[in-house]
Design a protein around this ligand. Structure first.
Ligand code: AMP
Length: 218
């Protein structure tokens, strides 16, 4: 199997990207950049970048391309032989083109794009139940107040409501689905379906199997 080292994870909001991202990072020994998590950290630390991002994230809008492009470029500039996973980036075709350009200048290729395919109905159901740990980032689909991993406090994410979701879904369809198609045309996509019946571990196992098949064909 040809080694897979540089991953992009594309999926609708609340499709389970975070969970599968952690699985991929552990399995393939990748460092992860989640642009959403990084922007939330900037907001918590009250940085100028955080202030700027907040004005968009508060309205459940995408942060402008140049802001996230700068974050990712700054992070990737230290790219060495380690593998990485970009979670939540690129989210627009313009971001994808910027990333391609940046990587091409350095002679680096994206190895694979994992596309988490999920229905709108399932996500709506999940969003109303999702809780995230303020200490360790554990995400669960139940209304617990205490994290079963570290005992931290579980909270609903601020952007987790259906009205905000409607906007995020619209952006996802209009701007991020084309990113999945952009990479599909390059033959880089491995797609897994997320359904109500399937536990995250089952999705992970299917993903692993598909990644092996993909890698063997390269
Ligand atoms: P996430 O945690 O990936 O769902 O991201 C949370 C929020 O951060 C999104 O709703 C956007 O407002 C912002 N964000 C994260 N990544 C990007 C990106 N690549 N482009 C634009 N906005 C982003």
């Amino acid at each position: 199997m040809k080694e897979l080292k540089r991953f992009i994870l594309v999926g609708a909001p609340a499709s389970g990207k975070g969970t599968q991202g952690r699985f991929l990072a552990e399995t393939f020994n990748l460092k992860t950049l989640s642009t959403g998590a990084m922007l939330r950290r900037e907001i918590e630390n009250c940085t100028p970048l955080g202030q700027k991002a907040l004005s968009y994230m508060d309205k459940a809008m995408l942060v402008p391309d140049e802001v996230v492009n700068d974050i990712v470029r700054g992070w990737l500039v230290n790219d060495n032989e380690e593998g990485w996973l970009l979670d939540g980036y690129p989210r627009t075709v313009s971001q994808a083109e910027t990333l391609d350009h940046f990587l091409a200048e350095r002679g680096i290729d994206v190895d694979v794009v994992v596309w988490m395919d999920v229905s709108r109905e399932l996500i709506e159901q999940r969003i109303t139940r999702r809780r995230e740990c303020t200490s360790c980032g554990n995400i669960v689909q139940k209304l617990d107040e205490q994290c079963d991993k570290c005992g931290g406090q579980m909270v609903a994410r601020k952007d987790d409501n259906l009205e905000a979701f409607a906007r995020r879904w619209k952006d996802f369809e209009a701007m991020t689905l084309p990113v999945a198609h952009y990479y599909e045309a390059k033959g880089l996509v491995v797609k897994v379906s997320v359904t109500e019946e399937r536990e995250p571990q089952e999705v992970s196992q299917e993903l692993l199997q598909k990644l092996e098949e993909y890698s063997n064909k390269r």
